[in-house]
Design a protein around this ligand. Structure first.
Ligand code: ADP
Ligand code: ASP
Ligand code: MG
Length: 421
């Protein structure tokens, strides 16, 4: 078989962990498999490099930031290859660029355009274990080194699995699989033995960072089965794969998981003249600044007649760009003020079962009310209901929803390592 194994930062946090991972990789190779390993930077290296950059320069150029950050994965790749070589196996490490990961030029958030894994294939033909630095590639146009976004080593792994025709992709992390909620917040969260791409996609999009969103998109498109599991135990984890529709099954839970996201912020534009075209002007300006908007609410202004307040959520990281874009259209639109609030969080319940079960929204909102959590904004998809709440209420809201949909397990979920950063 051909297997791609990805190890997250917490699995390679120090020298001993790297040796432990080396033993696991070698065991897979010894079973007669072709093994390609995708590796993350050690521990919190990426965050530390980012902090360091900010100390040197308040606003570093994205090109240089990518040069810096890609070094993290390169360090762990080379160290892992050394550890494997010492176990008597041939291993060769490659940067993303050497591995043929071709991307767009968008530093910090580049997309994979193509994979040309010639060097990897020939290393596999030589029976070598291949180690690839995750989260990075090279721009097709500028030839500069790029990064694929935080958490994107998952995406490197699945993209390589697809390009190499691997039988499956293993994602080794610091928890034993995908759970019904983040085990760091809900200790009674339950491991989900298998989950379809569609639900996993909604979970990842709703902040369950156990899998990178684009990794799930890739896996779904290319039909790559993904096994999420712990590098600290041998237990089976969660298979993310094509699942026959279970909608008729009595077993089908209505809600499969609760996810949360603290990375968003809310902007309220106060006193927008309530005339045709103003909402379009506002969101055109936001779109032109390349900002993704999630939830939107428009209310009659409490202060003035003939005016409305428009609120929407956006990534916290887009604060500067969003405020600049709105300032530029203030006179044209004629609104009064803009309020930026980063102290919000999003809590989502996800499940294909909600398609066929009425009353899910009521049950979710009742649970929030009973927990004393006020709902700020709401958005839904066919298989997801999300609310924005004050950030101090996120944990409480997740726990309340988890209990309300009967997802609690008897025993506590284990978090093996990592700082949760
Ligand atoms: P890695 O460094 O291995 O990529 P991440 O920190 O990116 O690990 O992802 C694993 C973390 O995702 C877990 O430690 C957990 O806190 C978090 N997480 C959030 N939601 C879930 C969930 N539903 N199931 C499992 N883990 C989750
Ligand atoms: N090291 C990168 C990050 O922390 C990529 C990854 O771990 O997936 O975002
Ligand atoms: Mg991750």
């Amino acid at each position: 078989m051909r297997i791609v194994q990805k190890f997250g930062g917490s699995s390679v946090a120090d020298a001993d962990s790297i040796k432990r991972v080396a033993r696991r990789v070698v065991a897979t190779k010894a079973e007669g498999n072709d093994v390609v390993v995708v590796i993350s930077a050690m521990g919190d290296t990426t965050d530390e490099l980012m902090d360091l950059a900010k100390q040197v320069s308040p606003d570093p150029r994205p090109r240089e930031l990518d040069m810096l950050l890609t070094a993290g994965e390169r360090i762990s790749a080379a160290l892992l290859a050394m550890a494997i070589n010492d176990l008597g196996y041939d291993a060769r490490s490659f940067t993303g660029s050497q591995a043929g990961v071709i991307t767009t030029a968008a530093h910090g958030d580049a997309r994979i355009i193509d994979i040309t894994p010639g060097r990897i294939k020939s290393a596999l033909e030589d029976e070598d274990i291949v180690i690839v630095a995750g989260f990075q590639g090279v721009s097709q146009t500028t030839k500069d080194v790029t990064t694929l976004g935080r958490g994107a080593s998952d995406t490197t792994a699945v993209a390589l699995a697809a390009a190499l025709g691997a039988d499956y992709c293993e994602i080794y992390t610091d928890v034993a699989g995908v759970f019904t909620a983040d085990p760091r917040i809900v200790p009674s969260a339950r491991r989900i033995p298998q989950i379809g791409y569609e639900e996993m996609l909604e979970m990842a999009a709703s902040g369950a960072k156990v899998l990178h969103l684009r990794c799930v998109e890739y896996a779904r498109r290319e039909h790559v089965p993904v096994h999420v599991r712990s590098s600290f135990s041998d237990k089976p984890g969660t298979w993310v794969k094509d699942i026959e529709t279970k909608e008729d099954s009595v077993e089908q839970p209505i809600i499969s998981a609760v996810a949360h996201d603290r990375s968003e912020a809310k902007i309220t534009i106060v006193g927008v003249p309530d005339v045709i075209g103003n909402a379009s002007r506002i969101f055109r300006a936001i779109a032109a600044a390349d900002i993704n908007v999630d939830m939107i609410v428009q209310n009659v202004s409490t202060v003035h007649d003939g005016r409305t307040d428009i609120s929407f959520t956006l990534p916290q990281s887009a604060e500067k760009e969003a405020l600049a874009a709105l300032a530029a259209i203030k006179a044209e639109v004629g609104f009064e003020d803009v309020i930026f609030n980063a102290a919000i969080g999003k809590v989502s319940v996800i499940g294909v079962g909600m398609r066929t079960h009425p009353g899910v929204t009521a049950r979710f909102f009742e649970a929030l009310a009973a927990a004393g959590v006020n709902i700020d904004m709401i958005s839904t998809s066919e298989i997801r209901i999300s609310v924005a709440v004050a950030s101090e209420n996120v944990d409480k809201a997740v726990q309340a929803a988890h209990t309300a949909f009967e997802l609690d397990a008897e025993d506590e979920a284990i978090v093996y390592a990592g700082t949760g950063r």
